[in-house]
Design a protein around this ligand. Structure first.
Ligand SMILES: [Zn+2]
Length: 274
């Protein structure tokens, strides 16, 4: 069995603030280590369920957070930031399931560090507010790979289950606000993540991939007008109002590429927008 893990950082055990996930800030080194522990717990769970190969994709920020030397030796690590499929780089139809470790809830909510790709104040997929987890699940689904496990705060897990009811969830903290949470201990979350990953991997073959019925239409609002104006230079981007744009893709990957390239170009107008 081959398992794919996409690891973000906002939903890692103990993380509650932007400083916790920003290189150079006081707690960053602490939490990049914890990120590795959370990922290793998922790997251990997958191995207990019979996984023989694990690929981990570092999916946060500059995507060089995970330390290869700390990662479980069974896993290989995709590290670095220029990756066409970004948080899902490396996924293909050879995988039996995908797992999302350290994920966060969608922009606008009170989950810890909630956002949906930096730079946007709202993102809709096919007319409904969407999360990074859902977007990435459509990419896995395009390759026929089901998402079977997610870890993060309680909002992250419930949002994922709203669109994919079978996903196993490991709640590692309970958000009180976007910048506060009641955090479970690393010893406890290790058990929770491992158990959820194991249960998810066991039902990999019986879980349906998250496939979009039709194309992928993304409507999203930038934080600032200059960002939307710059994105609208792309010929496939339709500008709906001063901050809102829309792209249409024929399938999940096509939609993702249009969305992501428009977002990247928009963000180049204000690189610090988060
Ligand atoms: Zn992140």
């Amino acid at each position: 069995m081959k398992v794919y893990i996409s690891a973000d950082m906002e939903g890692i055990t103990g993380v509650v603030s932007n400083e916790d996930v920003t290189p150079g800030k006081m707690n960053y080194e602490r939490f990049r280590n914890q990120m590795c522990h959370d990922v290793n717990a998922a790997i251990e769970g997958a191995l207990e369920a019979g996984a023989t190969e694990v690929v981990v994709n570092d999916s946060h920020g500059q995507m060089t957070n995970l330390l290869l030397e700390q990662l479980h030796p069974v896993a290989s690590l995709i590290s670095g930031v220029t990756k066409p499929l970004y948080m899902m780089e490396g996924i293909d139809k050879s995988f039996d399931c995908a797992m999302f470790v350290g994920y966060h809830s969608m922009v606008g909510g009170k989950g810890v560090l909630s956002h949906t790709m930096s730079g946007a104040s709202s993102v809709q997929l096919n007319g409904r507010a969407t999360s990074e987890a859902e977007i990435n699940a459509t990419i896995a689904g395009h390759f026929g790979v089901p998402v079977t496990m997610v870890s993060g705060d309680q909002y992250t897990v419930s949002e994922v289950r709203e669109v994919m009811a079978d996903v196993e969830g490991a709640i590692v903290k309970y958000a009180i606000d976007r910048l506060a949470a009641r955090c479970l201990s690393p010893q406890e979350t290790r058990k929770l993540i491992k158990a959820a990953a194991k249960a998810g991997a066991i039902k990999a073959r019986s879980t349906k991939p998250y496939r979009l019925g039709s194309g992928a239409e993304y409507t999203f609002q930038f934080l600032q007008p200059s960002m939307a104006a710059r994105a609208a230079i792309l010929p496939f981007v339709e500008q709906l109002d001063v901050r809102t744009v829309r792209v249409r893709g024929v399938d999940a990957i096509d939609g993702w590429r249009r969305f992501w390239s428009a977002l990247l170009l928009g963000r180049s107008a204000q690189p610090d927008a988060y």
